[in-house]
Every structure is written in structure tokens, then in C-alpha cells.
Ligand binder design. Structure first.
Ligand code: PMM
Length: 272
């Protein structure tokens, strides 16, 4: 999944593709690099970010969704708002990627039930302005799985079918740096819950800290793509269904390596 942020302020690529034409051109270049799916978002979820009015989010997202669909792209809309999800699906999006899992606007689940699209429920505890204060866990993997299971209950209650649902541990969202690593290392526990899993590690802060020099200064977002590709390969090998990234080519190659590698691994049955 290639990221098309139509925002002036995303942490990793804010402002670079803010006009519709620039965003569409960027989406097409991600497809050429090997993306299977493009995730179009009009609201930054960067820690501390303020909300965007719904009209502005619609104005940012809809022309880009329409144009990319017209070019034959499979498009996902990255939104927490029911109205934006409904409008984007009407414009041709086939996936709703909701970083709040329906906690921001529960009515979004009704849109998903009515339209039959795929829905990514990400683990989330609050909007960007407050999320850092909500990052308290006993066992982060157990807690995230339990809270995602509650989202699945809410989806079923709204009439969404299980085959529409994808789960995402929400790396970096109300997760202090060190909490992201067990979520990755223990990804098979989330995969074992039976839903396709999406991983969004691309260029995130915890990777910047991992790669920091001796003075502790994190490397900047655009220097985190190698680490992102490594996470993509490991996540794919651990059973992830999708990885959401800004720089597609390195990750597409890394995922191919993982697929070839795991195809050769012993299947578990003893046929020697
Ligand atoms: N991360 C961001 C935005 N949307 N969606 C999902 N499903 N998972 C994520 O981890 C995720 C997301 C934040 O990154 P960005 O501001 O660079 O898009």
C-alpha cells in the first residue's frame, strides 16, 4: 500500500503532494514502483496535529480518489470520518482505512456495512493532540489485541462481515517508541487472531530513534526507508497481509524476497 498524503503537514512527507495534480502524479509513480493499493488521506495524524474541517478533508481527498480510480488504481481512503468514507467510496475507493477503528465516528461502520468495502481497523486510543498521554499498557501486545477484538465486536454489531475486516496494531499511535517493537516481534500473535493484518511502520519515529547516531539525534524521516523495507520484509514473513509505506520500490522488492524465502521454508509437515 503506497501512501498518498494530500496534507500540508504529515510528519514524513507533509506538503510535498498537496495539490490534486501533484498527489495524482505521486500516486501513479507509486503504482509504477509496484504498489498494489494507494491510500489517499486528507488529514494528518502526526502527534500533536490539529483536526481539519470535514469540508476541507473532502476537498483534498475526493478529486485525488476520482482521478486515481480513473487511472485504474485500487484506492483506499485514510479517514476517521463517516461522511468522508461514504463520499470516497462513492468516488470509487474500495477500502476504508480508519486509524480510529471506528472510535472517532462509530457511524463509519454503518457506511462499511452498507457499501460492502474492505475496512482497516487500526488500534487507536485518541486523536493526535492527546494520544501521547494515553500510551499506558500492561502488556502492549495483549492490550492491543484485546482492544482490536472489541472493535471487531462493534463492526459485527453494525452488520459488517468478517471478510471485510483487516486489523492493524497502530504503530506509533499512542505507542511510546519501545512499545512498537514487541508489536512487531510478536506479530504472529495478532496474525493468529484470524484477520488479515496491515502494518504501518513507514518512516515512523521509532525507526528514527533506532538509527540515531551517537548523540541520540533521530535520523530524519526520509532516511528511514531502508529500515522501513526491513520491517516490511520481516512483517511479510511473519504473515502480514499488507504494509503501508511511503517509498514503495524498496518495500516491494523486500516483500518479494520475503515471499520467495518463506515459499522455500519447511512447511511444518515432516516429509523427509
Ligand atoms: N499511519 C499513519 C496514517 N495512516 N493507517 C494505518 N492503517 N496504519 C498506520 O500505521 C497509519 C495509517 C501515519 O503515517 P503518515 O502520516 O505518514 O501517513
Amino acid at each position: 500500500m503506497g501512501v498518498v498524503n494530500v496534507t500540508p503537514d504529515s510528519f514524513s512527507d507533509g506538503g510535498r503532494w498537496f495539490t490534486p495534480d501533484a498527489a495524482v502524479a505521486h500516486g501513479l509513480s507509486l503504482l509504477a514502483d509496484g504498489a498494489d493499493l494507494l491510500d489517499v488521506g486528507g488529514e494528518s495524524t502526526r502527534p500533536g496535529a490539529a483536526r481539519v474541517p470535514v469540508g476541507e478533508e473532502l476537498d483534498r481527498v475526493l478529486p485525488v480518489v476520482r482521478a486515481l480510480v480513473a487511472h485504474g488504481a485500487v484506492v483506499s481512503v485514510d479517514t476517521t470520518r463517516a461522511e468522508v468514507a461514504a463520499a470516497a467510496v462513492a468516488a470509487g475507493a474500495v477500502v476504508v482505512n480508519d486509524v480510529s477503528g471506528g472510535l472517532a465516528e462509530p457511524e463509519i461502520h454503518e457506511v462499511v456495512a452498507r457499501t460492502g468495502v474492505v475496512y482497516v481497523a487500526m488500534h487507536w486510543r485518541g486523536h493526535a493532540d492527546v494520544m501521547d498521554s494515553l500510551a499506558v499498557y500492561d502488556d502492549v501486545v495483549v492490550d492491543v489485541r484485546r482492544e482490536l477484538a472489541a472493535r471487531v465486536d462493534a463492526l459485527r454489531a453494525a452488520g459488517v462481515a468478517d471478510h471485510q475486516v483487516v486489523l492493524d496494531p497502530g504503530l506509533g499511535f499512542a505507542k511510546p517508541g519501545a512499545a512498537n517493537w514487541p508489536l512487531l516481534a510478536r506479530l504472529p500473535e495478532l496474525v493468529a487472531d484470524g484477520f488479515p493484518v496491515l502494518v504501518g511502520a513507514s518512516r515512523k519515529r521509532f525507526l528514527g530513534h533506532l538509527l540515531a547516531g551517537p548523540d541520540g539525534t533521530p535520523v530524519p524521516p526520509e532516511r528511514r526507508d531502508g529500515a522501513t523495507a526491513a520491517v516490511s520484509a520481516l512483517a511479510a514473513a511473519a504473515g502480514a497481509w499488507c504494509v503501508r509505506v511511503h517509498e514503495v520500490r524498496g518495500t516491494a522488492d523486500a516483500v518479494r524476497v520475503a515471499a520467495r524465502w518463506t515459499a522455500e521454508a519447511p512447511s511444518g509437515k515432516d516429509d523427509r
